[in-house]
Design a protein around this ligand. Sequence first.
Ligand code: NAD
Length: 323
Amino acid sequence: MTSVTPKLELRELGNTGLKLSCVGFGASPLGNVFGAVTDDEANAAVREAFRRGINFFDTSPYYGGTLSEKILGKALKALGVPRNEYVVATKCGRYTEGFDFSADRVTRSIEESLERLQLDYVDILYCHDIEFGSLDQIVKETIPALQKIKESGKTRFIGITGLPLHIYTYVLDRVPPGSVDVILSYCHYCINDSTLEDIIPYLKSKGVGIVNASPLAMGLLTESGPPEWHPASPELKSACQAAATYCKEKRKSIAKLAMQYSLLNKEITSVLVGMKSVKQVEENVAAATDLAASGIDEAALAEVEAIIKPVKNQSWPSGIQQS
Ligand code: NAD
């Protein structure tokens, strides 16, 4: 394998001691969530990512009904590098069949994930999209079960993920200090929504590491636009499309601007972007290295922010009514 000196910045993740590349590899596209991907394309994307300094890979049994875990596992194995050179996160509790955050299910889940990933352990095991379960069950049953999994050595750290930001304060205020190591928030630190910023001081006070996923707002901030299933309102979709058209006309890349916007905040350890091709890996790594070398295009950002302003911080409902 030809080696390239990693140029990507590494940032510490909370109190874990892990150092993650500031750009992380979101593997949901490897589950064909954003269109079909061949094994060869997936392998090449993972290989190129690692070669360019990305050391953080995120998946879930939910992505493509376990396909993403299998494809990622194969691609990581094919790298042929020592296990401690990359960080792998997977999730539990959300499956194509539905949600199940019971201790029994999540305990079986990690075994199944490790088998699909062909690994002995993962670095982070998250409860996936907890707003769809009872938050009290997460606190009283799921996180204690994950603690046991941690003690068994099958995961090194524990996390929680989900869309509404109140889930983080709800859970972190109720679990023993140090029992949740990391949170993964998505679609809340991108050009069209920066509300994650409001809870960063709180998360830091709890010693919790912060991963920000979906800097491209799950495709809203790309030239080709979001997939069919995207939950944004028509107004949000059309504002983002107008911003993308503006960038195209000015021969600028909306995706690059969006990546750079998310990378600017160094309190966020890693920006997880979904990737399915070598080209996307190259572009997203270049967004980070160009940012470090010459900063963000302030004028283009100001124009895009002005276009998006009427819908800024607009989100969409996610989860169940908590009793
Ligand atoms: P994203 O904002 O990263 O957008 C992904 C889309 O953008 C895909 O269609 C991808 O092909 C495309 N893309 C990537 N790079 C591009 C480029 N340079 N130019 C044009 N298009 C580009 O959304 P995401 O994939 O949903 O989020 C990133 C990752 O974060 C996921 O893969 C997943 O691992 C994780 N995630 C987790 C949760 C959760 O736990 N609840 C939720 C969302 C995302």
